[in-house]
Design a protein around this ligand. Structure first.
Ligand SMILES: Nc1nc2c(ncn2[C@@H]2O[C@H](COP(=O)(O)OP(=O)(O)OP(=O)(O)O)[C@@H](O)[C@H]2O)c(=O)[nH]1
Length: 204
């Protein structure tokens, strides 16, 4: 059953560490990362939004295509645009360079949505996972304010809204290796992704 939440894929980055090549279109096995994410999102959400500053490149993706509102380079900009476009009060976000986002872990995050939380976010020994999290529309004014003031780090938002963290033990019940958080920044990460895929697809 679809959650009363919008699914958003962030794809407005510059991919500098990947030589400027669009990471959403990297193929892991046969499939582009964006298509892997769409497969999972179409089972979970009745609305999918993709934030890109190059909409023409995504015409074959069955999502609402939107672009950043601010001329700033920051994933916070994409969070703001995606949340603004969401038909629901809450939106779950993932980065377009995250090939192994597991449905069970997304469901775990969605299960923690509550009216008193503006952000529902995984928290592990490595810190928060702001690009595998749910944001409520109540965050929009604080996001716009941060962007206007050139405060471009997502973490800067956390002091201004109500945060609900999900602890690592619970996250690992849904995704024991936390493979969902693996993302590709460099060509070396892509090599790692190929070896993880072999393991991941054998097990699931
Ligand atoms: N809409 C939007 N998304 C962004 C922006 N900057 C980064 N993102 C997205 O946020 C996620 C994390 O991005 P980063 O790893 O910080 O940057 P990147 O562009 O992927 O890679 P680098 O250029 O190598 O830092 C990715 O899904 C990006 O597409 C932006 O200015 N606007």
């Amino acid at each position: 059953m679809a959650a009363a939440c919008t699914g958003v894929i962030l794809a407005g980055g510059q991919n500098k560490r990947f030589g400027g090549q669009n990471k959403a279109f990297i193929r892991i096995g046969e499939k582009r990362i964006v298509d892997r994410l769409m497969d999972v999102f179409s089972r979970l959400f009745d609305q999918v939004v993709l934030v890109t500053n190059d909409p023409a490149a995504y015409m074959d993706v069955d999502a609402l295509l939107v672009s950043d509102h601010f001329a700033k380079r920051s994933s916070l900009n994409g969070l703001h645009a995606g949340l603004f476009a969401a038909a629901h009060e809450t939106a779950f976000f993932v980065a377009c360079d995250t090939p192994f986002a597991r449905e069970a872990l997304i469901r775990c995050v969605l299960d923690h949505i509550e009216p008193k939380a503006d952000i529902v976010i995984p928290s592990t020994a490595d810190g928060f996972e702001p690009l595998f999290a749910v944001y409520r529309k109540s965050c929009l004014p604080a996001m716009a304010n941060q962007l206007e003031r050139d405060r471009l780090k997502i973490q800067g938002l956390f002091r201004k809204v109500r945060l609900k963290a999900i602890d690592e033990a619970e996250l690992r019940q849904a995704d024991p290796e936390l493979i969902s958080f693996f993302n590709i920044n460099t060509p070396e990460d892509l090599k790692m992704a190929e070896s993880l895929r072999t393991k991941f697809e054998k097990e699931h």
